[in-house]
Design a protein around this ligand. Structure first.
Ligand code: ACO
Length: 421
């Protein structure tokens, strides 16, 4: 391959260098395009635009590959804990046992939040969406932890990381307890990260909480699978907000708002809402399969297909197994889950879905697991945020460490030219 791209514009020839990634992805470096030619590129949705160089996550949608720092998602889901994966994403290397022990202890040391922050959660109406609560109180964390982070200091960066890793699950758990009208359960430093999340979310007050290893293992996998997905909407938001040198809490808070939408993290909630609607309509899955295939009907099977993964979603394969294990262990009898299983079977055997390579995606199975665990449907996207936290931190840290410039896209103005009143 040549090492440059040639552009011809108004009879003039311009040369732009190529950037080749370690997995041989090719980019045309147009940093000097406007200065050289006076023109800009137009790419709404940025589907052809690399916004940064990154060494965190590699994704190949055609081949169904996802790797964090070079390790395959299958390897990590099978052999690593969420905290090991978080360390890997944020600091670039799999932790040694000493690094891991210190990381876990330091996170535990930060696993508390100012009681006034909990009062802020309390002052929301019970009907508030927990993503709105989470975004607000994550931003509010700064008010109660105002020391600024010197991004050139490894120590400062490390402190910021363990602080948000410790505090975030508390906010997540309290958002759930708020919307389900339950009192707050404090973090327990005798438990590991995932067990502590389960205890804070599910413990009935006054009663001991018995951990279920199947649920702990499934949650560990789910959080690993969601931990990063390169430059998606929420991650790009975190990077662009951080590029103005807004702090980590503010940047993560913005990422939570971006994740909230049904076209992004809200898809797992949409899956369960669809299953509920099918159930309310008599549970006839065949009728809804026919609707999904009917070109005159806007209905789509939520949780099927993926914009990037065109053959299969590697995360879905892993999580399907975990879903089967959780359902078998809990022995839940739930008509909604029966509908999900029915749709999954019918779609996998249906020529329309086979021809278009439409497979259940990670959101299809994550919603099923969360429902079986007894997590309210509004919390599903919050659980996605809990998993995505290390990815957002890693991307923010990388962007600040590389001293990336402030994000400032251009536009092509199409409004009125100068008018007079
Ligand atoms: N149900 C029925 N038909 C579908 C579905 C579906 N879920 N998804 C795609 N198709 C069909 C389309 O109608 C189209 O058919 P055609 O070729 O006969 O016109 C074909 O499959 C290709 O579909 P596109 O829309 O071109 O695929 P695209 O890549 O643009 O969309 C998307 C991907 C948005 C995820 C789509 O599959 C969809 O709407 N799925 C349901 C929503 C969902 O689950 N979203 C979450 C994705 S996971 C995530 O974001 C983390």
């Amino acid at each position: 391959m040549s090492d440059k791209a040639i552009l011809e514009l108004n009879g003039e020839r311009f040369e732009f260098p190529l950037v080749i990634g370690t997995e041989n992805e090719v980019a045309i470096d147009i940093k000097t395009l406007r200065a050289q030619t006076g023109a800009v590129t137009l790419d709404p949705g940025y589907k052809n635009t690399g916004s940064c160089e990154s060494s965190i996550t590699f994704l190949n949608g055609e081949k169904g590959e996802l790797r964090y720092r070079g390790y395959s998602i299958d390897d990590l889901a099978e052999n690593a804990s969420f905290i090991q994966t978080a360390y890997l994403l944020i600091f670039g290397e799999f932790p040694t046992s000493e690094q891991l022990a210190k990381f876990e202890a330091d996170i535990k040391a930060h696993s508390e939040v100012d009681s006034r922050l909990l009062q802020i959660v309390d002052s929301f109406p019970n009907s508030a969406h927990p993503m709105g609560i989470l975004s607000s109180v994550t931003s509010a964390l700064l008010a109660f932890n105002p020391s600024s982070v010197d991004v050139d200091s490894d120590e400062d960066m490390y402190k910021a990381v363990v602080s948000i890793m410790g505090k975030f699950p508390i906010l997540v758990a309290y958002a759930q307890r708020k919307i389900t009208n339950q009192s707050y359960v404090a973090s327990d430093s005798n438990l590991d990260y995932i067990e502590n999340i389960c205890s804070m979310m599910f413990k009935s007050s006054g009663e001991p909480y018995v951990q279920n290893p199947v649920i702990v293992a499934a949650l560990n996998k789910l959080l690993i699978l969601h931990a990063d997905h390169e430059q998606n909407c929420s991650t790009s938001t975190v990077r662009i907000v951080g590029s103005s040198h807004a702090g980590l809490y503010a940047s993560i808070s913005a990422g939570i708002s971006a994740l909230w939408g049904p076209l992004h993290g809200g898809a797992n909630q949409a899956v369960l809402e669809m299953l509920q609607a099918i159930s309310d309509d008599g549970g006839d899955t065949k009728k809804y399969m026919a609707k999904a295939k009917d070109k005159n009907d806007p209905f789509r099977l939520m949780g099927f297909g993926h914009r990037v993964y065109k053959n299969f979603d590697p995360r879905a394969r892993i999580i399907k197994k975990a879903a089967d294990e959780v359902l078998a262990d809990l022995g839940v009898s739930d008509p909604i889950l029966d509908i999900a299983k029915g749709l999954e079977k019918e779609a996998l055997e249906d020529q329309y879905f086979v021809d278009r390579k439409l497979y259940p995606n990670v959101d299809f199975y994550s919603g099923i697991i969360y429902r079986a665990m007894g997590i309210p449907v509004e919390m599903f996207t919050v659980m996605f945020a809990l998993g995505r936290l290390p990815g957002w931190i890693a991307q923010w840290k990388e962007m600040r460490s590389r001293k990336e410039p402030i994000g400032r896209p251009r536009q092509i103005y199409t409004g009125d030219t100068l008018r007079k009143l």
